[in-house]
Design a protein. Structure first.
Length: 469
């Protein structure tokens, strides 16, 4: 059975690049009726952010990427949090020590720093040559030490990657990386190999930054007599041709884009296309369609540039297709943030806005008219296109009040324009300004009266009458 995993570090938000890795691992597993596993790699606890695991799990859930095994849901290969698996790693580290594929290193931070100051580019294996007796004696004295991997000093390693083909690395370019730190915790370099094997991971999908270090992991698989997984390395998502998308340079987290008003599946749909091409070039797909169409053959060797403008376009398509009730539910948190506690029909406001926004955060600008009335300038009645003036508004205000009390407002406004020998657009401009105090609204005067209610509309019209004098 195909088994894939997503193994984030709990260092905060879920980065878009990490979300894409999770998505591809999920799609590949589901395409082959396999299992998708979530594993938390928290071996570097100095970088752990409180609550980050909950953030990651919540983000995956919102994205519709549901894991089959992992924290909370459990599974037969748990625990799925590395800090809870310490004894497991120590057992396999001892096996590597016994076979000579690892060794204890007592070098201090000062000695390592001195090495690098003198031009060394990697560790010099000085502790490899310590006798077993000396190692045991120093450990007995309580000297701190780490366990390092013993990488061959010559030769090469070649493995196959499903995206990049055969990859060859010279051992002399690899360092004897640390497997177990002085606190007894494993490093990523060791824990990911142990866990991938014990959890039955068949396909390892991860970032291209691990492409050249994978031979180190393969040495561990070979030393322990384990079968290597299939490797699938992914190119990064770029902000532009020179820079990776990163939090430091702007919004790069899944939750960031949710706050900006993007729908969860829009983000998933868009990032699925950053590094993968469906054969039919279709750009708008449900999760089921993504599962059906996803293939390793469609993965690209080149990096992809994140284009927020294009994602906004895709988001607008999804918004327009949403059922009205669903859109209103999605818009409500944004009303609560930008324009709470207004005495208006919010559900009707959603009807007016749904076709006028690309993201839900556009509500802030599109509904700005809600705050316009109390401070608007009567010069707003002046419109060169319609040739309206303040005097014209002053002349029509009583008629506007009368029209508002009519059973059919639109018909009353039409009759008013005909009676006054004015263009309909002139009357509608003056009426809408008098009701809202805004030049731009998602609908005309009749829609605004329905939104605010007739009582409030009449109150505003009376206030405008007093303002015009």
């Amino acid at each position: 059975m195909v088994r894939t995993r997503f193994a984030p570090s709990p260092t905060g938000y879920l980065h878009i690049g990490g979300l894409r890795t999770a998505l591809y691992a999920y799609l590949f597993a589901k395409k082959h009726d396999g299992k998708f596993i979530l594993r938390i790699e928290d071996t570097d606890q100095t970088r752990e952010v409180e609550g980050a695991v909950d953030i990651i799990i919540s983000a995956l859930d919102k994205a519709g990427i549901h894991y089959d095994e992992g924290p909370i849901v459990g599974g037969e290969y748990g625990p799925y949090v590395q800090s809870q698996r310490k004894d497991i790693y120590l057992k396999y580290a001892q096996k590597l020590l016994d076979s000579g594929d690892a060794y204890c290193c007592f070098c201090t931070k000062e000695r390592l720093a001195e090495m690098h100051e003198k031009g060394a580019t990697k560790y010099d294996k000085s502790c490899l040559h310590l006798s077993k007796a000396e190692v045991q004696e120093r450990i007995a004295r309580g000297e701190p030490y780490v366990i390092r991997q013993n990488i061959p000093e010559s030769g090469t390693s070649t493995y196959h990657d499903e995206v990049f083909g055969d990859v060859t690395v010279d051992f002399k370019d690899l360092e004897d990386n640390i497997l177990i730190k002085s606190d007894g915790m494993p490093t990523y370099n060791f824990a990911n190999v142990i866990d991938d094997h014990l959890m039955g991971i068949t396909h390892c999908i991860r970032g291209v930054e691990y492409l050249m270090s994978t031979p180190k992991y393969n040495l561990l698989y070979d030393a322990l007599g384990w079968e290597r997984p299939v490797y699938i390395h992914l190119q990064p998502i770029m902000r532009d041709s020179q820079h990776k998308l990163s939090k430091r340079d702007g919004d790069a987290g899944f939750e960031d884009f949710l706050r900006k008003g993007f729908l969860p599946h829009t983000i998933v749909n868009y990032i699925a296309l950053l590094g993968w091409n469906p054969k039919d070039n279709n750009e708008k797909m449900s999760m089921n369609e993504l599962v059906e169409k996803f293939s390793i053959e469609g993965l690209q060797k080149s990096s992809s540039i994140f284009d927020e403008v294009k994602m906004r376009w895709l988001n607008s398509l999804y918004i327009k297709e949403m059922p009205a009730a669903q859109f209103h539910a999605a818009a409500t948190p944004f009303y609560n943030e930008y324009y709470p506690n207004r005495n208006i029909d919010y559900a009707y406001l959603s009807e007016l806005l749904q076709s006028r926004v690309e993201t839900l955060s556009d509500i802030k600008d599109r509904a700005a008219f809600l705050d316009a009335f109390d401070n608007f300038d009567k010069e707003l009645f002046v419109n060169k296109k319609w040739k309206t003036t303040i005097d014209m508004a002053r002349e029509l205000i009583d008629d506007c009040i009368a029209c508002t009390n009519a059973d059919d407002l639109n018909a009353a406004l039409d009759a008013l324009a005909e009676r006054k020998a004015l263009k309909k657009g002139q009357v509608l401009w003056i009426y809408r300004i008098a009701v809202t105090g805004a030049a731009a609204t998602p609908g005309g005067g009749a829609e605004m009266v329905r939104l605010f209610g007739k009582t409030e509309a009449l109150r505003r019209l009376e206030a405008v009458k007093n303002m015009l004098g």
